[in-house]
Ligand binder design. Structure first.
Ligand SMILES: CC(C)(COP(=O)(O)OP(=O)(O)OC[C@H]1O[C@@H](n2cnc3c(N)ncnc32)[C@H](O)[C@@H]1OP(=O)(O)O)[C@@H](O)C(=O)NCCC(=O)NCCS
Length: 168
């Protein structure tokens, strides 16, 4: 499978906005810390600063945000956190991903997580925490396929129980 993780570019704006709107219908954020009124170019530059750990707001951590591209189609995205803060340790995890509905059940999320583990390790993260909502059987299957060991189940800030895994 030719799935490539790459940074967002200026030309991606329309497709990314479409993906964001689609995922919002499922109450999932394709873009993090984003408002539709925001200038896309500024946002892309901010993502690059976040990746390099420059001027990261106190409540956030350095992170790599990448789009998943399959032969030119935007199929999903991933956010790879280089470290954990209290919120991420409790429920957010090191890696958060999604796949657009039209592209699901083709192994893309599994491939996104597989490649993201390599990127996280390159950032010096040894043990990777990944969490999913109880009942999110697709994400649970992805995490367990990649060797996730369940630590516990905790209710998150949104009132939904999360399965917390470590991939060592
Ligand atoms: C979770 C999500 C990323 C899965 O993406 P995907 O590309 O479809 O996942 P994959 O194809 O790699 O694997 C999913 C596996 O989960 C299981 N699965 C997926 N959907 C399923 C369903 N409706 N019923 C039963 N099992 C299901 C299957 O085992 C499947 O593998 P298979 O198709 O080989 O049988 C996607 O559904 C999504 O983006 N959801 C919304 C956002 C989200 O929940 N992100 C994860 C946050 S932790």
């Amino acid at each position: 499978m030719l799935l490539r993780l790459r940074p967002p570019a200026i030309e991606d704006e329309a497709e990314v906005r479409a993906a964001h709107a689609e995922l919002l219908d499922e109450r999932f954020l394709f873009l993090l810390h984003w408002e539709p009124e925001r200038c896309w170019r500024d946002y892309v530059e901010e993502l690059e600063r976040r990746r390099r750990g420059i001027a990261v707001p106190a409540e956030l951590v350095p992170a790599t945000f990448l789009l998943a591209d399959v032969e030119g189609a935007l199929v999903g995205r991933v956010s790879i956190r280089h470290e954990l803060n209290d919120f991420l340790l409790r429920e957010g995890g090191h890696i958060g991903y999604c796949v657009r509905r039209a592209h699901r059940r083709r192994g893309y999320a599994t491939e996104i997580l597989r490649q993201s583990l390599i990127i996280a390790r390159a950032q010096g993260v040894r043990d990777v925490m990944v969490a999913c909502d109880v009942g999110n059987i697709a994400s649970q299957a992805v995490i367990e396929r990649l060797g996730g060991e369940l630590e516990d189940v905790r209710v998150g800030g949104d009132g939904i129980a999360k399965r917390r895994y470590w991939i060592r």
